[in-house]
Design a protein around this ligand. Sequence first.
Ligand code: NAP
Ligand code: MG
Length: 403
Amino acid sequence: MEKIKMTTPLVEMDGDEMTRILWKMIKDELLIPYIDLKTEYYDLGLEKRNETNDQITVDSANATKKYGVAVKCATITPNAARVEEYNLKEMWKSPNGTIRAMLDGTVFRAPIIVKGIEPCVKNWEKPITLARHAYGDVYKNTEIKVPGPGKAELVFTGEDGTVIRETIMDFKSSGIIQGIHNIDKSIESFARACFNYALDTKQDLWFATKDTISKKYDHNFKDIFQEIFDKEYKEKFEAAGITYFYTLIDDAVARVMKAKGGFIWACKNYDGDVMSDMVSSAFGSLAMMTSVLVSPDGIYEYEAAHGTVQRHYYKHLKGEETSTNSVATIFAWTGALRKRGELDNIPELVNFANMLEKATIQTIESGKMTKDLALITSLKDVTVLNSENFIKEIRNTLDEMIK
Ligand code: NAP
Ligand code: MG
């Protein structure tokens, strides 16, 4: 078969540890043999971020704005241990946080459903898609470790000189404080992204915050969603036969456990971070979850929802065999290639992306899978493959399909 040609480059963001190893295997085995792969490459591995004072992350986000579609490998978010391990100049911020802040938008995460991997919540019959607001709150926080007694205040100084001042706490002893923010415009685009995605996929939309406790901050989210819904989407939802409803986050959590699935659950940034890990592991594995950041101006960044799988990487470094699941990273690539194909009008590219996804699912359903899935599958006669052989097996399935 002749290699598929691309016209616009994909923004390729390489990453760290085990996922960086998988990244190369996926490209070598599943992409380069079939596609004249055109990418603009950014190495977001921690060493390169440290070397460039994290400029590389900013550059990659700007390239994404320019070209419109990116695919990202998992990356290390440094903590104290990482600063030591990599001898970092600074505890660089989360690359995902930086990119999301620059692109704004919403992260949609949905489980990849395969036969033989049943969700452990037995009434979940259909996928639950998580829509995570990707801007602000605790991800753009300012924190102070309060050394001792004193007064902590929240102060806003308007450009016109207006001052709004609230006491946070009269500290009698040491403690901590944190300042967070969000922007109405970002919340509005979050709301529209969710309503549009619900209409596109004909699924009900749930949204939940803690507005009974956070009477201004969270309440603002609730009001903005409701206003936009009433003004712009109410009739469209009725025509599509779908619903929007708002509830408290703790009520939503309880309802989700009892629901059948088949809806979108919109969450604020932090709730979405936590709940998507819960939903994905309940659907099978962190490695069976797609994740895409959609910006209000129609920019797409595809990634896996899991991290760099550090524990497996250390085994790999010791020369031991690993069985790391590459499905989410493969689907990040297929998502990005499909979108590129749609935008550039290259049906062969769209077709290839669909086929590679099908080949991946078919390989698992035929009983060939990585250890994480083998542990939870209901299939009999399972072959557990190592990281590399799983990818090679997908290639075999793909070649059979293409023949
Ligand atoms: P992780 O990489 O998601 O892995 C946690 C555990 O989940 C693994 O040890 C493994 O369990 C299992 N797992 C996750 N992905 C798997 C896969 N593809 N195949 C098989 N098993 C998988 O989280 P972490 O180890 O806590 O974090 C490592 C690094 O990733 C951290 O530095 C963190 O900052 C970063 N991180 C990055 C992103 C991102 O870039 N999007 C997201 C989250 C975390 P077993 O060990 O039991 O096999
Ligand atoms: Mg997370």
